[in-house]
Design a protein around this ligand. Structure first.
Ligand code: GLU
Length: 482
């Protein structure tokens, strides 16, 4: 039997990072087993539909490097599969369950349902549809049901869940799961407008799309007993289930917009590499055997095992993502980064010299986490500083420095070469002769040429700036503060 899995998002706006992880695990699992991974748009709830959401989902998934089989983009004929185009089929199978006695008509009004919930709340029981007291095919009898149906009375079709006993299924992450049937609601399968609910459409599609493994977020675990019952009622083989652990904020609450970005596009727009985001998301709940953390997509496909997915929730730690992004940043050739940034550098009036931009990137790349931090961080490499860190200046721009620095600058002026080794040698020698610590001079030179306390190595910075600019900057500084 060959593996077939699906990613089945609802088009409610954007791709959530949790959705990216679900899509990714499905993709890795399928590729690992030489199987197929399909995309299915679950848009049965038309009230939640958002214009452009499907295109947005597909764009984000493609950006992340996840491609779906059977979709036109990869030469397939069909996908993405769209549930709203298949409504007739769900209705047909909903009716089949009804005719087999596994589902029934219910006529309760919203007011009656509210009253039921209120009664249950008062009695301290969890709210669920109470088939034995409400207005449905069972309590009303066949004749009254037929009369109401002939009258076009508003109705839904509900799944008939056993009133007692247990529902069992196994989960590849969580093991055997046993749920008392009394805790499972008589789920609505077809709504009063005739539209299917998620549960009916999902099970019908997973069956006819020959899905072998349902891999989805833990929030769907309470739905699985209902789905298991439906497979049994249809007489269909159940797929294997795997529920992925929740993503958590650092305070262990469920990952929410309030505590940070949750849309994949936000991370893309902030300058994270897709490789880093995908690598980071992959490790939220999955521990490959080795103690490495950096994996390419091919390596993840190779090592992915559902059995290695954790049960415990995974904390979305943005600092780790930053660290990982930096690891990927180190691997990118500076020339490639310069290509990506030259237009922006021109627009910002920083430089139109790509060779110089590349040198600057090589100089500062280890000091930042993301590509889009490079230019803001390195602005001083393109523009002479006119503001100087006050605290830094107070500490190092001392009388002693004022006395020696002009002499060092004179030596720089006459230096034969302006590479960092030569400059370092000049300052070292001068420090030795004068008896002043070399670090003092290094700090003052950084202050004068960059205005800042932090940056790349000072002599490498001077070399990259070049003699002309270094002398001009020092003269400016001395003109103002000597
Ligand atoms: N449409 C559901 C969602 O939005 C899919 C759940 C499932 O994979 O069964 O996540």
């Amino acid at each position: 039997m060959s593996v077939r899995v699906r990613f089945a998002p609802s088009p409610t706006g954007y791709l959530h990072v949790g959705g990216l992880r679900t899509a990714l695990y499905n993709y890795l699992f399928a590729k690992h087993h030489g199987g197929k991974c399909i995309l299915r748009i679950e848009d049965t709830d038309r009230t939640r539909f958002v214009e452009g959401a499907v295109e947005n989902l597909i764009r984000s998934l493609r950006w992340a490097g996840i491609e779906f089989d059977e979709s036109p983009e990869v030469g397939g004929e069909y996908g993405p599969y769209t549930q709203s185009e298949r409504f007739d089929m769900y209705r047909q199978y909903g009716m089949e369950l009804l005719h087999k006695g596994h589902a029934y008509y219910a006529f309760d009004t919203p007011e009656e349902l509210d009253a039921m919930r209120e009664r249950q709340q008062k009695a301290g029981i969890a709210p669920r549809y109470d088939r034995t007291t409400m207005r449905n095919q069972y309590t009303l009898g066949e004749a009254e049901t037929a009369r109401l149906m002939a009258d076009n009375a508003p109705h839904v079709i509900r799944l008939k869940v056993p009133l007692a006993g247990e529902i069992k299924f196994s989960d590849l992450v969580r093991g055997e799961i046993v749920v008392p049937a009394r805790d499972v609601d008589d789920q609505i399968l077809l709504k009063s407008d005739g539209f299917p609910t998620y549960h009916l459409a999902n099970v019908v599609d997973d069956h006819f799309m020959q899905i072998t493994h349902v891999i989805r977020g833990e929030e769907w675990l309470p739905s699985t007993p209902k789905h298991a019952l439906m497979y049994d009622a249809f007489g269909w083989e159940r797929p294997a289930f795997a529920h992925l652990p929740l993503l958590l904020n650092p305070d262990k609450s469920k990952l929410s917009k309030r505590q940070g970005d949750v849309a994949v596009e936000d991370y893309r727009d902030k300058g994270y590499f897709k490789e880093a985001l995908v690598n980071f998301v992959a490790l939220l709940g999955w521990n490959p055997t080795s103690d490495r953390e950096i994996f390419s997509m091919a390596e993840m496909i190779e090592t992915f095992r559902l059995e290695k997915v954790n049960k415990a929730g995974a904390v979305f730690d943005i600092q780790k993502l930053d660290w990982m992004n930096n690891e990927y940043l180190r691997l990118k050739p500076s020339a490639e980064l310069a290509d990506a940034l030259i237009d922006e550098a021109c627009e910002k009036g920083l430089t139109d010299n790509k060779a110089y931009l590349e040198q600057v990137i090589t100089l500062v790349r280890e000091r930042v986490h993301k590509v889009n931090e490079l230019l803001p961080f390195a602005t001083y490499m393109f523009q002479q500083p006119t503001e100087f860190d006050e605290e830094y200046k107070a500490k190092f721009w001392t009388d002693e420095a004022k006395q020696h620095i002009p002499k060092i600058i004179e030596k720089f002026r006459h230096a034969e070469s302006f590479d960092h080794t030569t400059l370092n040698g000049i300052v070292k020698e001068y420090a030795k002769e004068s008896g002043v610590k070399m670090g003092v001079f290094a700090n003052v030179l950084r202050l004068m040429t960059t205005g800042k306390q932090v940056g790349a190595g000072v002599f490498e910075t001077l070399e990259t700036l070049g003699k002309e600019h270094v002398l001009a900057r020092c003269e400016y500084f001395l003109g103002r503060f000597a």
